[in-house]
Write a protein that binds this ligand. Structure first.
Ligand code: G3H
Ligand code: 13P
Ligand code: ZN
Length: 303
């Protein structure tokens, strides 16, 4: 199973495999070129809504094309919620899948995840499960820290009961641009306890985008409106020293692309060829990917 080999290598050599989502062709082009240039392995992630955006027909062509590239790239289903979307992804040629039962009660999460593991492993596809709930603190007011963050003891039980190959955990990060209400903080103390309970399981960190303020400023300066954006800037510098072997970033590429396109369009009002502003977007995505590969993941020159 391709992805799990990639993650175990990263674990042994102490780096992180970047797992970048692509929401459109330009982001795909930008991250792919950068991974190749920097000799970094990469996981390309696609959510169910991104699958629908591309259409299965086109996506299967894209996947076949990516498979021909001589570079370690794994294609991964992000946040699959049902066995049926997992089967769809496997039919399309994905190397690995995530089954996200994190909002379900523990027993139901185990049942769903185990059913996916049984199916996926029979097809030589690896599985990422999730335990703990990614939710902005106080936002819902419903979850206590104990319910929200991954319990190290339950993580051990979950892995034993389901047979997942990697585990996504909740240690403070959140999806999107508004990651924190209070002081930004990742609970590395909880991560350490999880690592002790499941020492050989690669850990996955979702909601890892940095949300650099330069992107927010450009978006807002050129007609956009994004409020209270706050991400993981400065919080992931030492993540490569832990068992986090895969970090998920999607928002950063959306921000990089959108800020560059807004700026380009504002400064070049006479342009209307999508390839003109698309190229500006690709360049911004490349720069964004480079920084994350080199400074956060340390995954360059690992191929
Ligand atoms: O974690 C979620 C990903 O960012 C995917 O988001 O469903 O809008 O593609 P999406
Ligand atoms: P961000 O929203 O921080 O980019 O997280 C993406 C993610 O976790 C995809 O699964
Ligand atoms: Zn996620």
């Amino acid at each position: 199973m391709k992805q799990i080999r990639m993650l175990k290598k990263a674990m042994n050599e102490r780096y992180i495999v970047p797992a970048f989502n692509f929401a459109n062709f330009e982001i795909l082009r930008g991250v792919l070129d950068t991974a190749k240039e920097l000799k970094s392995p990469m996981i390309l992630q696609i959510s169910e809504s991104a699958m629908n955006y591309f259409s299965d027909e086109l996506l299967s062509g894209i996947i076949q094309a990516i498979r021909k590239i001589k570079h370690p790239i794994s294609i991964h289903l992000d946040h699959g919620k049902t066995l049926s979307v997992v089967k769809r992804a496997i039919r399309l040629g994905f190397d690995s899948v995530m089954i996200d039962g994190s909002t379900l009660p523990f027993a139901k999460n185990v049942k769903l995840t185990k059913s996916v593991v049984d199916f996926a492993h029979s097809k030589n596809v690896s599985v990422e499960g999730e335990l703990g709930v990614l939710a902005v603190s106080n936002d819902d007011g419903m979850l206590s820290d104990g319910e929200r963050f991954t319990s190290p003891k339950q993580a051990k039980e979950f892995v034993a009961l389901t047979g997942v190959d990697s585990l996504a955990v909740s240690i403070g990060t959140n999806h999107g641009v508004n990651k924190y209400i209070d002081e930004p903080k990742i609970r590395y103390d909880i991560l350490k306890k999880i690592e002790k309970e499941i020492p050989s399981i690669p850990i996955v960190l979702h909601g890892a985008s940095l949300v650099e303020q330069k992107y927010i400023q450009d978006i807002n300066n050129f007609g956009g409106k994004i409020d209270r954006a706050i991400g993981n800037e400065n919080l992931l510098k030492n993540a490569y020293k832990t068992h986090i072997c895969k970090i998920n970033m999607d928002t950063d590429f959306r921000l990089a692309f959108t800020s560059a396109v807004r700026k380009y369009m504002s400064e070049n009002p006479e342009k209307y060829n999508p390839r003109d502003y698309g190229n500006a977007g690709i360049q911004a995505v490349k720069e964004c990917a480079k920084y994350r590969i080199v400074s956060i993941c340390k995954s360059n020159n690992r191929v």
